[in-house]
Design a protein around this ligand. Sequence first.
Ligand code: BG6
Length: 516
Amino acid sequence: MNQPSSVAEANPLRAYLPRTVAPEPCAVVLFGATGDLTHRKLAPALMRLAVEGQMPSEYAIVGFARRDWDDQQFRSELHNTLKDAKIPDFDQTWPTFAEHVLFCPGTFDDPQAYARLKQILERADQSLGTRGNRLYYLAVAPDFFPTIVEHLGQAGLIYPHHQDAPWSRVVVEKPFGHDLASARQLNRELSRVLSESQTYRIDHYLGKETVQNILALRFANAIFEPIWNRRHVDGVQITVAEEVGMPGGRGAYYDSAGALRDMVQNHMMQLLCLVAMEPPVNLSADAVRNEKVKVLQALPRWTTEQVLANVVKGQYGPGSIQGKPLAGYRQEKGVAPDSKTDTFVALRFTLETWRWAGVPFFLRTGKRLPKRATEIAIQFKKPPTFHFEPDDASLAGANHLVLRIQPNEGASLAFQAKVPGSRRRLQEVRMEFRYGNAFASPPPEAYERLLLDVMLGDPTLFTRIDEVDSAWQFITPILEAWQETRLEPAFYEAGTWGPPEADQLIARDGMRWRRL
Ligand code: BG6
């Protein structure tokens, strides 16, 4: 087979697209190639990278799955998915991209399938120039992680990293364990074959441009750092609200996970780290992660009583969003009719560090809330005296810095301005940064950035094992307290902002949840 020309060459837009350091040639092996994640996120991200000229000059994409398909069948499956993925110049670029796509049929526990994979990869080294470098992406249920990694090891498909020798890296999707003990067990199993530097635990929130921007805002500007502490901050609210319920038969997975494991242990802990961490000594992977892990280590390790006082567990009942009637969680497909699973969680805690001691952090996340909105709000202290008439007496001059992660990506600083006229009446006004206005292009998809980083061997935006461990040390006592007390969730109507208990939680500190 002739070496295919690059997809980027076929793309007239390439000259306008940003270029980064090119990754080395490699083969990307997708375990779970016929699954939802591959279709929704991974395949579109890989093709976009190719169209943007950011894939290596030589690459292969090898699907691994149970179906008895050949390369052509896998290509036509991907074609069906990608044609609707709004990829620029799709018709023009697809034929070249398709030449890089291969398929390996097999089950995850069959040694022969790995022998077949090895042959396919070695052939790709010859025909597509992938030079022995391998990225294995485990887009499969976590139960399969140890099996796949062990077989890859036995088949000689994982090799220790040596300078200038071919590399092999494994991307592991969440959830990484379902509590502290299982996360440690999983890590022990994986580390029999993989070193930490070969293990890329993905948290797609870290790939979001607006999440990375938190570091830029905090550490590339001198005005925020002096006030980013207990002397000036009254409280921090982090909200990850979702309108969706249980789409596409997700109920069965979710019912064994719940919001605390699905969103708080990973995505929300990462947001917390970036907001609360100390400045890193540089932006290298370990310097950044060293500071993040200290935040997680400063989280409380709660007793059962403390859990019950500081965490609200909620579950949606029937309701409606924008006039559309919606089923309650217990009526969703795959969900037990008497399920106690949390579809909403609100937490209040403090970080006992010199920077943050005493400052309450409030986290809330939920399914079937009125809208999709992720934001971090820093509420600054009120002025020591106040001689004006605020439009909202409860805030009376508190400034807010809001980082909007999604949608309407950007940031705003709310402050008081005098309403024109003879009275001393005030109104809250905002200074706005909107991503869409400030930069010509919308933020790229998180998976594009993260896949590129694995190919480049940059683990900065991936979760290190001590981060996972420390996050579970905080989360596990909550799960255990719920289990021990057989805690029933507090119900909220689908389409509302969670149960009243969440409002009571924040009201204890004289605050209230932001209206989004
Ligand atoms: C996933 C969770 O990790 O993140 C889902 O499993 C959730 O339940 C999703 O819907 C949210 O991601 P995003 O990027 O849409 O905010």
